[in-house]
Design a protein around this ligand. Sequence first.
Ligand code: PLP
Length: 406
Amino acid sequence: MTSFDIPEALVRAEIDEAALRENAAVLAERLAPAHLKCVVKANAYGHGVDLVAPVLFAAGWREFCVATIPEALHLRSLLGPDAEILAWLYGPTTDLDEAVRAGIHLGVSTVEALDRLADAAQRIGATARAHLKIDTGLGRNGLSPEGLVRALDWLRRHDEDHLAIDDPGRTDDHRADVRIVGIMSHFAVADEPERPETAAQSAVFSSAHGQLRAVLDAADGRLGESAELDVHIANSPGALTLGPCPGTSARVGLALYGLSPLEDGDPAVLGLRPALRLVSSVINLKDIPAGHGASYGLTFTAATDTRFALVAGGYGDGLPRAASNRAEVAIRGRRCPVVGRIAMDQMIIDVGADNDEVAIGDEVIIFGPGGPSAAEWGSWADTINYEIVTQLSARVERRLTTGGRQ
Ligand SMILES: *Cc1c(COP(=O)(O)O)cnc(C)c1O
């Protein structure tokens, strides 16, 4: 096989590792005594999990969350055995054995999942660690009130069965069994602090926590230690808007990357700074006469003589086509509009007739420090900053920087 020296990509995401470390430290301080769980699902919100997770791990963070089991196993191979990794999204046919073997903590939303976990633990001869997931109002995963009753019954019966059966395979330290190590839920409207549903969700969660504690205490530690339960419900908006963080930990994603989950929220006010700067460059520049069109559909026509800069970056890199004729980028510290449709690979920037500073090869900041924010791109595309960063495609080259440049 021939191998090539591949040149750097045209569109690059610079990931500021100092910003990641500082954001984690700021959040951890805010959450204390509850602790920080770093959410690195969806390729670390598009930032590149292979870069982000090792930086956080090296900075001392040990608790990580992802959505799926493939993500969890990838993270295990990246971080080794000392990271605590939680995943909560899997299907009825997803094989749980590898997750149990790799010591992944799993969110459990059904009694059936408890059965499957117990079976996997038996097969593998390892402890399956579960966080009972409670639906406190979001309506997604999690045990409903009736589901919780059934899950608690399952736990009681499971304990009784084990006590009754003289099971030679069973060791006193319950190595091949299910242990309940956490209880979790997820807020629906914590980004809107004035709404009452968050307190209602917290109340349902506390009640479920109390019921679980009673079952664990009655089992005398055989199902898990209630004193050591990891209790978590807050995400980024919860962590930032609630006074003291409820529970023993919070699962924080977006804020870790220095982005605000709050509408019109300025990350700087929260002590956070964006870790990602999406950069490209001017690859062509031309004088354009009044009346000339721009890009597919000719949805833009130059009103006056002007200059068009061609910039690499399009929806093939994850930029939203919906932001066509609305978005801006920064070139040499100046905001310039995207004109015409954003194409798969490129977009046209109107740098203005009077702007003779711009040159071919100039850096273009598409978003991030020094340019528009991911939230602005979200507003231009009728979406949110979460989606803007997470959509960044595989073609974008991610690399770590130490920041410094502002
Ligand atoms: C994605 C996710 C989080 C993190 O949410 P942020 O708002 O990004 O902090 C936490 N918990 C669950 C269940 C999630 O799906």
